[in-house]
Design a binder for this molecule. Structure first.
Ligand code: COI
Length: 327
């Protein structure tokens, strides 16, 4: 069988694509570019394509379908970048790829600690030999209540990490999980918002939770609340976030994702004028850390993403049950 790989990266993915395609007997076609209407024809003759988090809208889904592609496998956990309605209408399959949840969970803990300890300011000042103390006093995790929204694999891994710190852990999810229950107390969202000093988001972006963190939900939160987002930018209404940082309601934010990041990550855009005002505003705040959607980026995750994306195509080709099937 054959898989065409878009956004193929020589420097970190190639060794895994070579390794796993050999192991599974898969023939690969590759392009370093993201899929577009212009380069979709590269996939002609391939029933399976592997992509990352670049937009595949209805027109592009249609184009791939017309070219004979029967499955789009994204080598990412999230799949909100693919027009699922169109794929469903055309009877195409869509798969995602899971990877070790520790990469995002560890990064989340790092953003929590950096936010609580005002690390951005400490590092900026230290660079300038400003070793003063005023304005950089931190808070200690064991004294705080952390609200974990979403207790899937990543949320549970965050909870596991948090248990070592001795903080009170609240959790919210539509589906409660026994492992999470052992270390965290499930509450409704209103309670989580009202009682948490620090709130961290770990769910996929859907039509139902778009902008769930908005003016109204922020108003229910504690003063000086710390928000951490390593999931999807669309979960937070950026306008409300900025206004509440400006007003001092939000004490700090650690954001690995922001709204409208498509087309920006993972390119070298340092010489370009970016039309991303929100990014500049957020990055300008001393109490906000913005990183470029990097929480996933570890050796283990890259190997898992490639392996599971190829395995997922293979299972579909063999007519076997596919655990990564989202459509
Ligand atoms: C995902 O796997 O869904 C991610 O967020 C990481 C991806 C942008 C590479």
């Amino acid at each position: 069988m054959k898989v065409f790989v878009y956004s193929y990266r020589e420097f970190d993915e190639a060794e895994w694509f070579t390794h796993f395609s050999k192991e599974y007997g898969i023939e690969l076609g590759t392009s370093p570019d993201a899929p577009t209407l212009e380069n979709a024809s590269l996939a002609k003759g391939y029933e399976y394509i592997s992509i990352i988090t670049t937009k595949v809208d209805a027109m592009l889904v249609q184009r791939f379908h017309d070219l004979g592609v029967r499955m789009i496998s994204t080598r990412t956990v999230g799949y909100d970048h693919i027009d699922l309605d169109k794929a469903r209408e055309l009877g195409m399959q869509v798969g995602n790829a899971t990877y070790s949840p520790n990469c995002v969970a560890d990064y989340t803990l790092m953003l929590m600690l950096m936010s609580l300890r005002k690390m951005k300011r400490i590092m900026q000042r230290a660079e300038l030999n400003d070793f003063s103390l005023q304005g950089i006093q931190g808070r200690e995790l064991p004294n705080l209540t952390v609200g974990v929204v979403g207790t899937g694999r990543i949320g549970r891994s965050v909870i596991r990490n948090l248990t070592g710190f001795g903080c009170r852990i609240l959790a919210y999810d539509l589906y409660e999980n026994e492992e999470a229950k052992a270390c965290a107390t499930y509450v409704n969202l209103d309670t989580l918002y009202a009682q948490s000093d620090l709130i961290t988001l770990h769910m996929p972006l859907t039509n139902d939770n778009f902008h769930m963190i908005n003016e109204s939900s922020i108003s229910q939160m504690k003063d000086q609340v710390v928000l951490i987002n390593t999931a999807r930018g669309g979960l937070i209404d950026t306008k409300a976030l900025i206004e509440n940082i400006e007003s001092g309601k939000i004490g700090a934010a650690g954001l690995d994702v922001i709204e409208n990041e498509f087309g920006m990550y993972y390119f070298d855009r340092k010489s370009d004028i970016l039309d991303k005002r929100d990014l500049y505003i957020l990055r300008g705040f001393p109490n906000v850390i913005v990183t470029p959607h990097m929480a996933f980026y570890t050796d283990q995750a890259i190997s898992d993403m490639v392996k599971h994306s190829l395995e997922s195509c293979l299972l579909v080709d063999q007519g076997k049950p596919n655990p990564w099937n989202v459509l």
